[in-house]
Structure formats: structure tokens, C-alpha cells
Ligand binder design. Structure first.
Ligand code: NAD
Length: 437
């Protein structure tokens, strides 16, 4: 079976590479010519662990290719996955214009029966719009499917190769058996392939992201309470998480969620609910709490140094919204940096992978450093934003000797306060120091 993938971003590229890895012949198409020519020469436009090796290996054996000619891809493919961006409109709704653009091209170019599968996150009802668009332009049969993606950046390949479950929204038995065949290679347990109607599949993605975002805002609220009352949030987390109805995941207190999906999808769901006169207050509260949470490290900085940060240099460790990715979309670090600059501080930052993206966003407004210790030179505080492994066990002597003032503000609760205080640091984290394990 020939597979086509439209969009070679975080989702499309991983999808294409993983299908090729299990033996399929895959052609990926993108309108971004620069990206396509980079990919053709084996250069990854994004950082995702293991992705470069997987792409190059499958290109070498001729199972994976790239093109900027969508028409070529549509002619060849039996099954077409759409993985283009669905960004946010001004009113919070999801912009599906990329989806409809490619549907029009598919409709015009398809010369035989096709299965068209949406991997992008799209509002409920979009699959029907895709069908209408294609059918209005083509005399050939199209099977429209919704197959939302649940991979996490940083572990995208293993998430794709060993998914907890695969959601298939289908409109025909043919599409169902076709997609089941494709996914069987990844699934030990085919019961984990959940087949449903199109609207339910589309909604499953929004409901999943809303639930995960809610857990994060929930635990951050509980953590704030625990810190003031000297309760140990880590013990509370274990205590509630060992109840199987609750579980341990997505209950780590931190600096709020970021990334391209949670915030965008929450806003789209809020808009969809409001349009139906349904009350989205639970989602609004989650969003509002998260926006507040993103400022928490900045609040710690001004709590320590006051509102006027002129003449102070603040160093940041970690810019990406989570470790093992270069993605800074909606990253809490961006909110911290903007607030620091606004209050007169100068900012220096290090990240193992996101320096290029940070340079694109901030240019000369901040200084970026390839060395995690050099970035601390003359700094009055170190703010730890992202829990990359290289920050977990640093050489604290070097940290201290490089800094002007030995102040660490830790947004990921990585260090032991007793040890740091004994080494002469002032240490602030999101947990109460009296309750550390
Ligand atoms: P991305 O921005 O990294 O990639 C999108 C790609 O689509 C870009 O390369 C862009 O050039 C291409 N594109 C846009 N319009 C096109 C067109 N008309 N024709 C061909 N190519 C086009 O986006 P992403 O992070 O991969 O997300 C894609 C979709 O998947 C979104 O709907 C997102 O919400 C969803 N999603 C993302 C993740 C994630 O972790 N990033 C996880 C699950 C679902």
C-alpha cells in the first residue's frame, strides 16, 4: 500500500517515518520548499530524538521520500494522511483553511478511489467538510477518516510505534479494514484500535487534551496550597495517584503547560462549546490558572529582587516547553523572559536544542549561550525552566562561582533545598522546603 502524508511537521514527519519503518512505501509532501529540500538531503527541520536516524535509514532503503509537489503524491498514494497545521483564529476557533486547501487539491487530482485520513486536530464536523469538498470536485469514491494523533514531542517515535490506543473514525468498512491493516504493525493488542464514527473521533482528541490540561492546572493549584501549608505535594501526588481511578501521570507540579496543542485546543473547544451555548467554565478556569502559572517564576524573581530589575542579569536554563524538543510554541519560558525584559532585566539563556528557535524569536533582545555554565556569568539568579537531563545534576561549585549572586529559582523542583542552602545558595522552588523527601 502506498501512503501519502501532507505536512512534514512534528506529526507528519513522525507519521511518515514510522509507517516507512514498518515496511510501507511513504511519500511526504509539504508546501514549505525549504523544509522539503532539507529533508531530501537528510537534514531534519525539527529536533525529535531518533527521528533523523529513522528518516535517513528509510530514505536510504527507498521506502520514504519527500516532495513539494502535492499532485505527484496524490497520484501515487492509496491512503493520504493530512497532518497540516490547524492554528488558532483570533476568536480562538481552529483555522482549518490548510485542511480545506489540501482537500480541494485532493479532489481535483485524485483519479481513483482514495482513503483520506485526518491526523491534524480538527473541530467536530471537519471530516464532513473534507468529504463535501472532495466530492464536489471528484467523480471518484473517497473514504474520509479521522485518526487523531496523541504523540508527545520528545517521545514521538515511541509514542507512535507503541500507542496506548489508536482512534479510528471511519465512514466505511473498507476504510476501517484499510486503516486496521496499517496500524496492526504497531499494535500488540488490536483491541486497542478503537473504531468509531467521525465526530466521536474528532471529539476524542479535544476531550483528551482538555482532560490532561485540567490535571495540570489542578495539581498546580493543589501545589500552591501545599507550599503555604507545608504539606508535601510530592507525597500528595503519590497519595492520590496510587488510586487507580486517578493514576500518576500529568500530576507533576510545574510552570504550567505549553506547547502547540493544549492551549490552542482548549481555546478551540471553548469556542465550540460557547457557539452551542454550553457552559465552558471548567475549561476557562483551567486556561486562566495556566496563564497565571506561567508567571510564577517571574513572580519569584521580583519577590526576591523587587519590581525594578534594571542592572540585574537573570540566567535561564531551558527554553523549550518540555525536554527533548526544540519546540518553543507557547513555552512558559517565553512569558518569563518577556516579563523580565519588561522590568529592566537583561536575560541570558541556555537550552540544549532550542537556541536556534530562541534566536528567531528574541534575536538580540536576549543573549543566548551554547554553554550551560557560561550563561551564568555575572547572573543574579538562575531560573530553571525546563527539566533537560543536563540540568539535573550540575556542578554547583561552578554554578556558584560563575554567578554574581547565588540564587536559584527552580520551576521543575529538581534540586534538594537543604543541600543547596548548605552550599551557600538561596533556593526557591514550587514545593515547601520543609517537606522535601
Ligand atoms: P507543524 O506546524 O509542525 O507542521 C505542519 C506542516 O504542515 C508544516 O510543515 C507546514 O508547512 C505544512 N503545511 C501547512 N499547510 C500546508 C498545505 N496546504 N499543504 C502542504 N503542507 C502544508 O504542526 P504539527 O505540530 O505537526 O501539528 C500538525 C497538526 O497535528 C495540528 O493540527 C496539531 O494540532 C496536531 N497535533 C500536533 C501534535 C504535536 O505534538 N505537535 C500532537 C498531536 C496532534
Amino acid at each position: 500500500m502506498n501512503i501519502g502524508v501532507i505536512g512534514t511537521g512534528y506529526v507528519g514527519l513522525v507519521t511518515g517515518a514510522c509507517f516507512a519503518e514498518v515496511g510501507m512505501s511513504v511519500l511526504c509532501a509539504d508546501v514549505d520548499h525549504t523544509k522539503v529540500s532539507q529533508l531530501k538531503s537528510g537534514v531534519m527541520p525539527i529536533y525529535e530524538p531518533g527521528l533523523g536516524e529513522l528518516v535517513r535509514k528509510n530514505m536510504d532503503i527507498g521506502r520514504l521520500g519527500f516532495t513539494s509537489d502535492l499532485r505527484e503524491m496524490i497520484r501515487i498514494a492509496d491512503v493520504i494522511f493530512i497532518a497540516v497545521g490547524t492554528p488558532q483564529n483570533r476568536d480562538g476557533s481552529a483555522d482549518v483553511s490548510n485542511i480545506l486547501d489540501v482537500s480541494r487539491i485532493i479532489g481535483k487530482e485524485m483519479k481513483r478511489e482514495k482513503v483520506v485520513v485526518t491526523k491534524s486536530t480538527v473541530p467536530v464536523g471537519t471530516s464532513e467538510k473534507i468529504r463535501e469538498t472532495i466530492e464536489s470536485l471528484s467523480e471518484f469514491k473517497v473514504h474520509v477518516c479521522s485518526n487523531p494523533e496523541f504523540l508527545r514531542e520528545g517521545s514521538a517515535i515511541s509514542d507512535f510505534m507503541s500507542p496506548d490506543r489508536v482512534i479510528l473514525g471511519v465512514d466505511s468498512k473498507y476504510a476501517e479494514s484499510c486503516l486496521k491493516d496499517l496500524y496492526r504493525s504497531f499494535m500488540k493488542n488490536t483491541e486497542a484500535i478503537l473504531v468509531m464514527d467521525l465526530a466521536s473521533a474528532e471529539m476524542t482528541k479535544y476531550a483528551a487534551n482538555a482532560m490532561l490540561a485540567t490535571r495540570i492546572s489542578f495539581i498546580n493549584s493543589i501545589a500552591a496550597f501545599c507550599k503555604i501549608k507545608n504539606a508535601n505535594i510530592q507525597m500528595v501526588r503519590k497519595g492520590i495517584g496510587s488510586d487507580h481511578r486517578i493514576g500518576q501521570d500529568y500530576l507533576n507540579p510545574g510552570v504550567g503547560y505549553g506547547g502547540s496543542c493544549f492551549s490552542k485546543d482548549m481555546k478551540a473547544l471553548i469556542k465550540m462549546m460557547s457557539d452551542l451555548d454550553l457552559n465552558p467554565s471548567i475549561l476557562l478556569a483551567v486556561q486562566e490558572l495556566n496563564e497565571d502559572q506561567k508567571t510564577i517564576l517571574f513572580q519569584e524573581v521580583i519577590g526576591r529582587f523587587g519590581n525594578d530589575l534594571t542592572g540585574k542579569k537573570i540566567a535561564i536554563w531551558g527554553l523549550s516547553f518540555k525536554p527533548d524538543t526544540d519546540d518553543m510554541r507557547e513555552a512558559p519560558s517565553v512569558a518569563t523572559i518577556e516579563a523580565l525584559l519588561e522590568h529592566g532585566a537583561s536575560v541570558s539563556a541556555h537550552d540544549p536544542r532550542a537556541i536556534k528557535e530562541a534566536n528567531r524569536r528574541f534575536g538580540t533582545r536576549i543573549s543566548l549561550c551554547e554553554d550551560q555554565y557560561e550563561v551564568l556569568n555575572d547572573a543574579s539568579a538562575l531560573v530553571v525552566h525546563t527539566e533537560w537531563d543536563c540540568y539535573r545534576h550540575p556542578d554547583f561549585q561552578t554554578v556558584k562561582s560563575n554567578m554574581r549572586e547565588a540564587v536559584i529559582i527552580d520551576g521543575r523542583n529538581l534540586y534538594n533545598s537543604t543541600r543547596l542552602v548548605s552550599q551557600g545558595f538561596e533556593y526557591y522552588s514550587l514545593v515547601s522546603p520543609q517537606t522535601e523527601e
